[in-house]
Design a protein around this ligand. Sequence first.
Ligand code: PLP
Length: 392
Amino acid sequence: MEFSSRLGKLAPYPFVEISRIIAEKRAAGADVVTFGIGDPDIPTPQPIVDRLLAASQDPPNHRYPETDGLPEMRRAIAEWYRNRFAVSLDADKEVLPLIGAKEGIGHVAFCFLDPGDLALVPDPAYPVYGVGTMFAGAESYIMPLLEGNGWLPDLSAIPDDVAMKAKVMWLNYPNNPTSAVASAEDLATYVAYCREHDIALLHDAAYSEVGYDGYKATSVLQVEGAMDVGIEFHSLSKSYNMTGWRMGMAVGNADMIRALFQIKANLDSGVPQAIQEMSMEALTGPQDCIEDNRVIYQWRRDRVVEALRSMGLDVAIPQASLYIWASVPEGFTSADFAARLLEDIDIVVTPGSSYGQYGEGYIRLSLTTPDERVETGCQRLENWTIPAPREG
Ligand SMILES: *Cc1c(COP(=O)(O)O)cnc(C)c1O
């Protein structure tokens, strides 16, 4: 049989490959410490799980959900948004629950992109922006994220004809994988640009709740005029340790939200209602877990930065996100260096190059590993002598 050309265009999803290597290593008896995937090791808070248990006993929740979710769910999202960002949303028109942010991020391409269209996509980046674009038959125009520009796209580098043609712009702050943040002024620049060029602004704010040293991320919807051109994606995954339950949301411009609803209504049947109920508990119940997580991740952040610096690597202390983004030593590619860490000291990191060509020269370390494993990993890093790069 013959498979589609889009299937052939897919690079292996980076974490599938890493999971395979870890499994192999562990099967061979290695004590692998993983700083790979960003998947919180801390359990979902008990009151949230309890709500799911209760909700699972309620027969109406055994039936198909609505694509746009329970009205109470949409109201809980709007209320969370008002409390957190002082942005008011119409719960029926400007809010859409998602089966995890990834689902919406992938599907939203079909709302704006036809074959031959152009999307402005940052690099390095979460791979789904570019993959969704490709699935829709459109092309990505790469916006390099460079250290010298604070890992923000440089709009002056985008040619006029590209700006005229582009249908969407993807942004993600706090950023995965670079852990960079964007100020309200930065975000305002992108909003103004998208308004000027009639581009749909798609902001992925999956890490809005993971901030350190008092840092609180800005929502793009706090920028005046953003509602005219943009939507924002959020996720309960990283904020409430809920990656396994699959709950996210898109909020913002009503026409864009309706478009995403139309696509989704034809492809999925919404978030299981018991999961919606537990998500309401997360968004409207006590928010302690966000601060509890911050304390845990901040210790790990400081420990990992200390270890990497003692190895002589160049690394900034992130203000947000679950990631440390470090440059690799002279003479190594990202993939070589990651491979050496795995071969020599059984440590898994993600090569920056798996997030795009401009991620080359860096590795990403995720802080979603238990403290004692972080400590073990850091000691291994500190006691390791970086080998000479292999020839060729
Ligand atoms: C983890 C992550 C998501 C996905 O969140 P889910 O709600 O679990 O699908 C989206 N965007 C970025 C940048 C992420 O790192």
